[in-house]
Design a protein around this ligand. Structure first.
Ligand SMILES: *Cc1c(COP(=O)(O)O)cnc(C)c1O
Length: 335
């Protein structure tokens, strides 16, 4: 396992500069007032694929030898990783196969096909789609890309370079976590550019595998039932966990209902349609206000690919601070 470092992020940055413009980071006085904290929203939801992962996809495709790249890449995913790899493959003229479970969300399948990738729908779960991807890789000589390749970590690190360049004196940056590549990258970049800034990870308590893996110091599997697709992983990933160990200041769990409240708050107070995963950092501030009071906090809005199906739930999500706090004390009491 090769652990990426800050030099890899600097190298990735040269690639990213050729393909993407830096995303904005805004603060919204009404959002600050609601959260009682100075909050900077890093808008990865405005990336061309609607999520930060595209930084990793472009970086990994660019790192491949041109001859090897001609054979193409294959990966498995139901969500933003698929769109990231499909987009990057198209940019670099590489054939691309994405495998997904048979019952994958039709909106997602359409988005990936529109990017020019071949989508193979096979099996009932992402694990079965992963097996299909491995088979395709062997049969067609395509490189199999996993969710936690070192180049993906280096690529997504460029997001944190932009954050620390635009606000150098942050106290905390809060990163939503699924596999943990984003949070691992945040740790690498913060150590080099903003060593006083705390990196805090957040995950849904309904899918706490990365949190548990970090807490226990070894990769474990956990139940995986969150509504937030970008955060829905059932196991810890070795590479990001290796980086997070010892570097991450804190790892918080939030409820799915807090995520929905945060999603509504982003809509009403920050002109932003975030997907559920993209709202988790704001959910952390909502859920643990005393941890962030008086600080300058960057929240990563990691993606904006909300589906039409979830809109009614977002609009009816009710923010009741008392309820959240009661829920949180129950969670910590049982932990
Ligand atoms: C993938 C994803 C995450 C989690 O990122 P990891 O690097 O897997 O931890 C968070 N938010 C969104 C929108 C995502 O697509």
């Amino acid at each position: 396992m090769r652990i990426p470092n800050f030099t890899d992020v600097l190298r990735a940055r040269r690639v990213i500069k050729e393909h993407l413009t830096p995303t904005p980071m805004w603060s919204y006085p009404v959002l600050d007032a609601a959260l009682r904290t100075k909050v900077y929203v890093k808008h990865e939801n405005v990336q061309p694929t609607g999520a930060f992962k595209i930084r990793g996809g472009l970086t990994i495709l660019s790192s491949m030898d041109a001859e090897y790249r001609k054979h193409g890449v294959v990966t498995y995913s139901t969500g933003n990783h698929a769109q990231s790899i499909a987009y990057a493959a198209r940019q670099f003229g590489a054939p691309c196969v994405i495998t997904m479970p048979e019952r994958a969300n039709a909106e997602k399948v359409r988005a990936v096909r529109a990017l020019g990738a071949e989508v193979l729908l096979e099996g009932a779960t992402v694990d079965e789609a992963a097996a299909t991807a491995a088979r395709v890789s062997v049969e067609r000589g395509m490189r199999l890309l996993h969710a936690d390749e070192p180049e993906l970590v280096a690529g997504v690190g460029t997001c944190y370079m932009e954050i620390f360049e635009s606000v150098p004196d942050l106290d905390t940056v809060i990163v939503p976590v699924g596999s943990g590549t984003g949070a691992a990258a945040a740790c690498l970049v913060a150590a080099a550019m903003a060593p006083k800034c705390r990196v805090v990870a957040v995950q849904s308590e309904a899918s706490p595998a990365a949190h548990e893996s970090w807490r226990l110091g070894k990769c474990v599997s956990q139940s995986n039932r969150t509504i937030a697709e970008g955060l829905a992983t059932g196991r810890g990933f070795a590479l990001p966990q290796e980086i997070l160990r010892g570097k991450l200041a804190d790892f918080m769990l939030v409820s799915d209902s807090a995520i929905r409240c945060a999603q509504r708050l982003m809509l009403t107070h920050a002109h932003t349609l975030a997907e559920s995963a993209g709202s988790a950092a704001v959910a952390a501030v909502l859920s643990y206000p005393e941890d962030f009071a008086g600080q300058r906090v960057a929240v990563v809005c990691s993606g904006g690919n909300a589906s039409e199906r979830e809109m009614p739930e977002v609009l009816s999500a009710e923010f009741k601070r008392e309820n959240l706090e009661r829920k949180i004390s129950i969670v910590t009491a049982s932990a």
